[in-house]
Structure formats: structure tokens, C-alpha cells
Design a protein around this ligand. Structure first.
Ligand code: GLV
Ligand code: MN
Ligand code: MN
Ligand code: MN
Length: 399
């Protein structure tokens, strides 16, 4: 068995949380390229160097710890949502670090580790691993804007790595990503491990309705071109039109709304909002896209609004690799017999992108109460350590 040290692993997880720690609960505020994110990446690079691995920062700021020769790659991301939990991404990176350093101390097998940049989509959708895997070109990524209008190109310019090149994916025989479930299934069932069967696909785009800004006291209700009302109408119509297309697992979210000028005495003239939808079936995602475009078009035409769509971003649903997944299943059964299951991932992960380059598989540990993308996200320490042990067993078996 690899000489992993659970206390060292937990201590490093807590140390990483200190970068951008929220005042509330155990959360973090560590969006891609924020000061806290850059400082956390520098700290991680130090830990990687101490472990005897070669530190390589790619042009996007994804941090790799490279073992010599061909190796497995373990990891996830260390950036967070604008209000995020302490484990989303961090767990997979620190578990990877612990196993890589245990393997290095034991003289093998060679294990590399990575923390991808902008998994949480400040700019795009899992931008760091999307660019590395060729899912999106660097020039295209550079033009992506965050919600304040900052471009990806400008944000990454401040943190170009020492090494100006991307890591050759041929160095790696496969990618294993450990993550919190971010949903309630394992916690409710009192199970310790989820082995992921497939990761759902996603589509994400910005939509703008442009109406007419005017005085909220003097403009008659009849004839207003109120951008908020356009969004409200669109949202209601969409739910009705999706009803025949979606399954209980399909989800859609309007998570960010910028209403202009956003003042109580002004009829809002413009709204730009995010429209995101996810499902395990790529055809369904396309049908939903058609409904979204058509519904927005009808709302705009009937209310006299100008309508525009931002670029459509997305990732396809992917199946996990049978051999890597099998190694995780065997490790789970050996570690926690009967207390694990195969399950889909409704959250996105870097593994989706990396699957373009090499075989990938994922394992989950429970999220208490199913809470994630919120400061209240947490997992029992015993479950974190169980996940580490299962991953270490699988790495050992894969050699
Ligand atoms: C990324 O964390 C996502 O699933 O939204
Ligand atoms: Mn994550
Ligand atoms: Mn996340
Ligand atoms: Mn994610």
C-alpha cells in the first residue's frame, strides 16, 4: 500500500482553505486569477516542489506537478465560485498531491498532479482544461469576458507561467479526479463512495433583451418596453415549453442577471442574463437550445425588444473509461464493501475535457446535506480520508 499520510492530507486541505477563506462557515472566495487564487497556486507549487516533482505552470496558469516518465495524472482545480466551498476542486488536487508524494517517497509508481485554472467558469466553461484539451482555442478563450467585462486574455496576462508551453498529454496514461458529490445521493444513502459512470453535458449562453429605459412614474404601463418584464415572460414560457422535452434529471438555471440601470424609479431598458442547461443526452440539449432561441425570439418580437445571443459554450456528455473506472470500483469494494455505488455526475468537471486526451475516471465522496457552490459545503473528515484511501488503492493497482 502507498504510504499516504491522512493527517498531512487534511492539514494541507485546511491550509489551502486559508487562501480566500470566507468569514461564514468553511467557505472560500477564490475565483480564477484573484489574488487568493494566485497565492494558493504559488503555495501549491511549493508543496509540489517539496514532494520532488517538477513544477510546470502552463500559459493559462494551470499548475502541474510532473513525475518523471509516463505517469497517471491526478487532480482537479483550486479556483472557486464567487461564493464557494472549501472542497470543490481542492479535494481532488490535495488528494492527488498526497498520493503523488507518497508514491515518490515509495519509489513508484510515478504519479503526477494538476490544478486546472478557471474550472468554475469565471470566463467560460472549465476554461483551463478546455484549452489544454483543444476544446476551445486559446485565441477564442482570450476573448471570453467575465461578468464585469474583464477578458480571459487580460486576466491570464498577469500570470503567465515560467514555462510558456502546454504540457504534452502523451506523458500521461490516464486521469483520475476525486471530487465531492455536490448532491445529496451518497449522504442520504449513508454510502461512502460514488464511482462516476458518466458526466452530463452542458450548454451556457448569455441573452440580452434591449427595450426602452424610461421614467417609472410617468410612463404608462401600456406601451412600456420593460426589459425585466421580457425576462419574466421568457422564463415563464420556457418552463411550459420545456415540459414535454425534459426528464426529472434535466436542469436549467438563470443564475446571473444584469438589469440596466437597476434602479427603483427607472423602467429597465436592458437585461443581460446567463442561460444554462444540463442533461446527459446531447440531443436533448440541442432541442432545448432550439426552444430557448425560439421563445426568446417570440418574446422580443411581441414586445418590441432587440434580442441578442452571446456565444454558445458547452461540453458534451462523456462516459468514464471502463478500465480506470473498474480500478476505482474494485478499490471501493475493498475499502468499503457494499457502501459505494456507480452514479452519474450532474456537475461539470475537468475530467470531461481531459477525456479528449486520455482515459479518465472519477470518484465522489458524500457532501453533507448535498450542499455545494455555497459556503455551507462540507464533508466528514472520515469520508475525505476514505476517498483518499480508495484513490490510493486504485493508483497502486493501475501501477
Ligand atoms: C462547475 O463546478 C459546475 O458544475 O458548475
Ligand atoms: Mn469542482
Ligand atoms: Mn464547482
Ligand atoms: Mn465543477
Amino acid at each position: 500500500m502507498l504510504p499516504i499520510q491522512p493527517e498531512r492530507f487534511l492539514a494541507d486541505l485546511h491550509r489551502l482553505r486559508a487562501f480566500g477563506a470566507s468569514c461564514v462557515g468553511k467557505g472560500v472566495v477564490r475565483p480564477a486569477y484573484s489574488e487568493a487564487d494566485i497565492a494558493a497556486r504559488a503555495w501549491l507549487a511549493e508543496r509540489i516542489r517539496e514532494a520532488g516533482l517538477d513544477v510546470h505552470v502552463d500559459p493559462i496558469g494551470s499548475v502541474f506537478g510532473l513525475a518523471e516518465g509516463r505517469s497517471l495524472l491526478l487532480g482537479s482545480h483550486t479556483d472557486s465560485q464567487p461564493e464557494g466551498g472549501w472542497l470543490d476542486g481542492a479535494l481532488g488536487v490535495i488528494a492527488g498531491l498526497e498520493i503523488a508524494r507518497a508514491a515518490a517517497a515509495a519509489g513508484g509508481p510515478p504519479v503526477s498532479v494538476v490544478s486546472f485554472q478557471d474550472e468554475e467558469g469565471r470566463f467560460g466553461v472549465t476554461t483551463g482544461s478546455a484549452v489544454w484539451s483543444g476544446g476551445i482555442g486559446l485565441a477564442e478563450a482570450d476573448a471570453l469576458k467575465d461578468r464585469d467585462g474583464v477578458t480571459f486574455g487580460a486576466a491570464r496576462a498577469g500570470m503567465q507561467g515560467r514555462a510558456a508551453d502546454f504540457v504534452d498529454p502523451a506523458r500521461f496514461s490516464g486521469f483520475l479526479e476525486m471530487h465531492i458529490e455536490q448532491g445529496p445521493v451518497l449522504d442520504r444513502a449513508d454510502e461512502a463512495i460514488g464511482v462516476v459512470g458518466a458526466i452530463v453535458g452542458i450548454r451556457d449562453m448569455k441573452i440580452t433583451f434591449e427595450g426602452e429605459q424610461n421614467h417609472a412614474g410617468t410612463t404608462p404601463m401600456q406601451g412600456r418596453r420593460d426589459a425585466f418584464q421580457a425576462l419574466a415572460r421568457f422564463n415563464g414560457m420556457l418552463a411550459e415549453r420545456f415540459a414535454n422535452v425534459v426528464t426529472p434529471r434535466t436542469v436549467w438555471t438563470i443564475g446571473h442577471v444584469a438589469l440596466h440601470p437597476n434602479a427603483s424609479s427607472i423602467v429597465p431598458g436592458r437585461v443581460t442574463f446567463s442561460m444554462q442547461w444540463r442533461d446527459g443526452d446531447a440531443d436533448r440539449l440541442s432541442r432545448m437550445e432550439a426552444i430557448i432561441r425560439e421563445t426568446a425570439g417570440e418574446v422580443a418580437a411581441s414586445g418590441g425588444f432587440d434580442l441578442s445571443f452571446g456565444p454558445l459554450l458547452g461540453l458534451e456528455p462523456v462516459e468514464m473509461d471502463a478500465r480506470l473506472r473498474g480500478a476505482l470500483e474494485e478499490a471501493a469494494e475493498a475499502q468499503v464493501p457494499g457502501r459505494w455505488r456507480v452514479m452519474p455526475s450532474g456537475a461539470l468537471h475537468d475530467a470531461t475535457n481531459v477525456s479528449r486526451l486520455m482515459p479518465v475516471a472519477m470518484l465522489f465522496v458524500p457532501s453533507i446535506g448535498g450542499i455545494s457552490h455555497a459556503f455551507g459545503e462540507d464533508t466528514d473528515e472520515a469520508d475525505l480520508v476514505t476517498g483518499l484511501r480508495v484513490l490510493a488503492r486504485a493508483v497502486q493497482a493501475l501501477g
